[in-house]
Design a protein around this ligand. Structure first.
Ligand code: CDP
Length: 789
């Protein structure tokens, strides 16, 4: 149902619906994105990419390109090798070629770049670079990557004789096997989460401006993590960190795609150093889809053990993870498989175990957390699919099975069998609300009637628990950088304020919600609070925005820094009102004398006094500002209940999502309008992944999803009017009780949709079918044919 918002222009002093402050510029075309940056004398960079998935580079002749009109530099891997820049570290402790030197390892890999006076000259000159390749056998099928006769992809790694990246294990294998051995029912399913791409509207790019006199680098870049990137550039390029300014201006969607450091960013820096002029690099759509961070690509064997009454006892899984040619994902060092460890979901189990093997293949690097907290999407999909398969075998209603097995409210904080401590949750009311909104019982009746008539209607349920807000620095870091976030707040003399964040919005509305957080704490209207972010010269250090970590980490920092300011304001207020601090009450926006509300001073009056003439109390410095670095004590664990209704055309096997009910619980809600926007976007993502999206390859390793004509993403035509609801279970350790919401819907919706499709296909005896459930796959499933790999 479309929701009609009232009071849309309301400016609450704190939490509540409020139109986005940033939209004033974005909707008028006044946003400033990387490609809008124009600097005097700026050159343009284009990248020559490998046409082969696996090939030795025999020779590269750049002479014709160098002589081409407007060309200022042509750079190859050999040039970079001379500078010690041919390889760079990834954000997951691997190395990646900045430009290929020895061989190419995926189609689309960077082989050389041209810097020219304009984009067209740069592109034209690429055609003149003559590369001789000796084509090698590619490793495309992840299942074959570890076979002894598979060609070794990473010959650059000393002593490497296979395509193995890492093994990882969590849970108790022995105990899990014991529980399985005693169980009444065991259900096993092979489940594939295919390779998909975040496909943000804005592709990746950068503008580098190196000043050789001062040795200073300014880099405008499409990054979700400007501070982490700056540190890495300092380490790789040897430019001191204080002489690097990374600026992430407006970003047109990130979804995890803009977390890794791509060779193109480094190329623009090298290009600027080599030519002495600013250099812009901007990908086109195909380059983005072929060569930048893909997501998922997990082949999972899932097993669930239960009693015949439907008490779930244990889950075990074996995963084969395709990481592409370089392990280019960003994951906390101790979590090579991200947060896949939450695969036990929202259920109270006796045991769980996971074994994972990650391998290299001749595909683009990645494994990025596409709108999810480090592999939580895969984990939630696994558990929600296998629980449905269990319901199928037990002939139980999938809602009833879930309700029977939920972790109960009194069990929180709940430690899972894989060691995660869920902070808070009350699952049953969330599930019941979704069922009530859906009219669940009536839907089942309608389905029975339709089945009797041969119509294919499905009802799918998914219940998820996420782990977002990485993370406590004691056990989470990326390349040694602790996952904490800074925040600074200054209140100016007139009571207007500026808050500086280390996180970076890519469309999530931080300029609004972070102003609201400060407004709630200080009583200053959000319109009077400027939110600065994305520029490393003007913001405190922190690890950036991904994995829905902004509100759990930086949001907490914003609340606490405002409280610090309030504490100082209280001291000043006590002097202004000539009472002791113990005699003051805080009433949002002012301090009042206890029992005498007529005597009060506003935060604006206090701000003026803090900067004004006259004495301040002993020990209180002038000004009204504070800073903080917030280290979360735990992750936050949002949850949600999703119900999807689909109809399948029996003649064409086309799936139509008729209804989708999403009830989310992200604790305290800062701006419900923004939350709904986040949920709508994530649900749309889910329709794409469940029904349309897959980056596939042919046997030579050619990428078959290189344009949006081949890689289909959903439009308004494919999605229903979303029906959203919410419950509120605050996080006990977050200062305002908020949990993340940015990615919940992307995580929770694919299993709800797939469960609905499989439910619709029940009359065909189908218990599982792999995404994307395109008409041809559904057709095959209806005819009892296996899903092609
Ligand atoms: O890290 P990211 O911004 O992608 O995700 P998030 O922290 O979940 O926040 C997404 C947007 O929703 C931000 O503007 C948040 O401030 C807002 N939000 C909210 O209004 N209330 C919450 N409890 C959580 C997020």
């Amino acid at each position: 149902m479309t929701q009609v918002f009232e009071n849309n222009d309301l400016q609450p002093v704190g939490y509540g619906r409020m139109l986005r402050k940033e939209d004033a510029r974005l909707l008028r075309g006044r946003g400033r994105f990387v490609d809008d940056v124009q600097l005097p004398g700026m050159l343009h960079l284009a990248i020559l990419r490998s046409p082969f998935a696996h090939a030795t580079i025999v020779s590269i002749d750049t002479s014709a390109a160098e002589a081409s009109p407007g060309v200022r530099a042509v750079v190859t891997g050999e040039t970079l090798k001379g500078l010690g820049l041919a390889w760079m570290p990834t954000l997951s402790n691997d190395v990646q070629a900045v430009l290929a030197t020895d061989k190419v390892r995926f189609q689309g890999q960077e082989v050389a770049f041209v810097v020219a006076e304009d984009r067209y000259q740069a592109r034209d000159a690429l055609e003149l670079i003559d590369v001789e390749y000796d084509v090698l056998e590619p490793v495309v099928d992840v299942r074959k990557a570890l076979s002894p006769d598979a060609p070794v992809i990473r010959t650059d790694l000393e002593g490497k004789t296979d395509n193995h990246v890492f093994d990882w294990e969590t849970g108790d294998e022995e105990e899990t096997n014991r529980v399985f051995a005693a169980a009444d029912v065991i259900v096993k399913e092979d489940i594939v989460y295919p390779r998909v791409h975040p496909a943000p509207m804005e592709t990746c790019g950068s503008v580098a401006d190196f000043d050789p006199v001062e040795g200073r680098l300014r880099l405008w870049s499409t990054t979700q993590a400007p501070h982490a990137h700056r540190t890495l550039y300092a380490i790789v390029a040897g430019i001191p960190e204080h002489k690097i300014q990374v600026i992430a201006p407006d970003i047109g969607g990130g979804f995890g795609n803009k977390v890794p450091i791509y060779p193109g960013y480094v190329h623009s820096i090298v290009g600027s150093i080599v030519t002495g002029r600013p250099v812009k690099w901007m990908e086109d759509r195909s380059e983005n889809l072929i060569s930048t961070g893909f997501a998922r690509d997990y082949i999972m064997r899932a097993e669930i053990a239960a009693t015949s009454e439907g008490k779930i006892l244990a889950i075990r899984t074996n995963v084969l993870a395709d990481h592409g040619a370089f392990n280019g994902t960003a994951a906390p060092v101790k979590y090579p498989a991200g947060f896949f460890g939450v695969f036990t979901g929202s259920y109270d189990l006796q045991a769980a175990h996971c074994k994972m093997t990650a391998v290299y293949t001749n595909k683009a690097p990645g494994g990025v957390a596409y709108a999810c907290s480090f592999r939580i999407t895969e984990a939630v999909y696994l558990v929600e699919r296998i629980v449905d398969a269990l319901a199928y075998e037990l002939r139980m209603d999938p809602a009833e099975l879930r309700l029977k097995n939920f972790i109960r409210p009194e069990q929180f904080p709940y430690t899972t069998k894989t060691g995660w401590v869920y902070d808070s949750g009350d699952y049953e009311p969330t599930m019941r609300l979704a069922m009530e909104m859906a009219g669940y019982d009536e839907l089942r009746k309608e389905q029975a009637e339709k089945r009797a008539r041969g119509e294919l209607m499905g009802i799918g349920i998914a219940f998820f628990t996420e782990a977002v807000g990485a993370g406590p620095r004691k056990n989470m870091d990326i390349l040694g950088l602790g996952m904490a976030d800074g925040c600074e707040l200054r209140v100016h003399p007139t009571g207007k304020a500026v808050v500086r964040l280390s996180v970076k919005t890519q469309g999530q509305g931080h300029e609004t919600t972070f102003a609201q957080i400060v407004a709630e704490e200080l009583g200053i209207p959000p319109a009077d609070i400027d939110v600065l972010h994305g520029d490393t010269d003007n913001t405190p250090f922190g690890l950036g925005t991904y994995g829905s970590r902004s509100t759990p980490v930086s949001g907490a920092a914003a609340a606490l820094v405002a409280r610090k300011v309030r504490d100082k304001a209280k001291l000043i207020a006590s002097a202004m009102l000539e009472v002791s601090v113990a005699d003051l009450d805080w009433v949002k926006g002012s301090f009042q004398v206890k029992g005498d509300p007529g005597r009060s001073v506003t935060i604006q009056e206090i701000a003026f006094r803090a900067h004004g003439a006259g004495d301040l109390p002993d020990g209180v410095e002038g000004g009204l500002e504070a800073q903080i670095c917030y280290n979360p004590s735990n992750l936050t664990y949002p949850h949600g209940a999703y119900i999807c209704v689909v109809d399948i055309d029996p003649g064409t096997a086309e799936v139509k999502v008729r209804r989708f009910i999403a009830v989310d619980d992200c604790g305290t809600r800062i701006n419900p309008m923004i939350i709904e926007g986040q949920v709508h976007g994530g649900l749309t993502d889910g329709v794409g992944m469940a029904l349309m999206e897959m980056i596939s390859f042919d046997e030579d390793g050619n990428c078959l999803g290189a344009s949006l004509m081949d890689y289909l993403i959903p439009t308004a035509l494919e999605v229903p009017d979303w029906e959203t609801g919410f419950t509120v279970t605050p996080s006990p350790h977050h200062p305002i009780g908020a949990k993340g919401i940015g990615e919940s819907a992307t995580v929770g919706s694919p299993p709800a949709i797939v469960n609905a499709v499989v439910d619709a296909l029940k009359p065909f005896g189908i218990r599982h079918a792999d995404m994307p459930l395109t008409p041809s796959r559904v057709w095959d499933a209806m005819r009892g044919r296996a899903t092609p790999p």
